[in-house]
Design a protein around this ligand. Sequence first.
Ligand code: NAD
Length: 430
Amino acid sequence: MDIREKTFVDYKRRLDLLKSLKNKIKEHQGLIYEALYQDLGKSKKESYLTEVGFVLEEINLFLKKLKNWTRPQRVPTPWLLKPATSHIYSEPYGRVLIFSTWNYPFQLSLSPLIGAIAAGNTVVLKPSEKATYTEKVLQKIISDVFLLNEVEVVLGGEEASKKLLKQKWDFIFFTGSSRIGKIILKEAVEHLTPVCLELGGKSPCVVESDAHLEVAVRRIAWGKFLNAGQTCVAPDYLLVHEDIYDDFIKSLQQTISMFYKNLKQFGKIIDQNHFLRLESFLKDSEIIFGGAIDRENLRISPTLIKGDLLSSIMQEEIFGPILPIFKFKKKEVALDIIKKFEHPLASYFFTSSKVLQKFYIKNLSFGGGCVNDTVLHLANLNLPFGGVSQSGVGRYHGKASFDLFTYKKSILIKSNFLDPKLRYPPYSES
Ligand code: NAD
């Protein structure tokens, strides 16, 4: 089949679709907030900040920049090849399969979808079956905006996912665990299909003795307990310099008490399995603060525990509102602890010292992160987002999404003027 049959060649159609997607999202904001509340107990404000607002901002960016990005790019030609011009065409792959996950079920479905259709591909989207309310709202919005052969939503669990994977795709975009990521990669190899894998990992957060304590505490508490800790880039564990350890812990407890007064208003754990997994970590830990549990409503209060490298919680990504805290004295020790784990998706460093900032950034491999903040690097659409090694393959968001969902067709356009014989055999010594 000609690849162009499976793509939106027409740039104008892409723009129209983006505009109508934006309008539909605005029209159905009430439904989206209700679904996110039912699935994850998210408040309207948090849902706007981390899901709806993010998606609308990304659509706006594409509406503004797409013309420029789709235009063939002229690049320099070496003098030996002249007279000629050189051009890069950004071409859609064709049929794209997107798997998304449940923790930001709206944003993690639509953000890659925006990039894929703006780049000219058609899409099949498989949202997470665990966010049952949101997947239905997604299906409604998408079926209102797109024709079935442009974007289709497929609902279902493991069986539906396996069936989709058996088909031949031109690109697969996956967000989820490394375990399923490996399955995706194995299946993709069958057809040599390119993939982007957005995975997770244990993201460290270092607080040096020269950090601005109050600000650090607020930003760490916010980033860790957002969505009840079910954020791929949430700080997984803390390393706090021993000189400020006691003050830091005291201040963190006060801040948590101020931020989250009522457990009922705190985010909910997605399902029973994840809840039981997190509860079992608590049984095995020395709790410093928190530890309240509401089994019926799947809620766990923001909890601080003493860091122990041998504990079960340190053997996997936590993905919940429990924060192990380690004490360290020398930066080399902090580095050694972080290096015991696979390359994480994110890392955070709180310090005023440029030397220390450079030390951590240069000596560690991780997808991306912040100095003196948490999570917010992913809110800047100019920063390509993704992991490295075990935390993922590929980058998206903004221009990086456009580049991810297009392949670059390189063309040299040669003039017929000047055709020196020197180029052709038989070659002389000179
Ligand atoms: P998961 O990996 O179990 O599921 C993700 C998707 O894969 C779902 O759509 C699911 O239906 C599908 N799936 C399930 N079984 C499958 C199979 N056998 N074959 C093909 N597809 C299958 O999701 P999870 O483990 O609950 O997600 C949590 C992980 O996702 C964490 O590690 C987290 O850090 C990571 N995550 C990463 C990002 C990111 O942007 N990098 C964002 C959110 C979550």
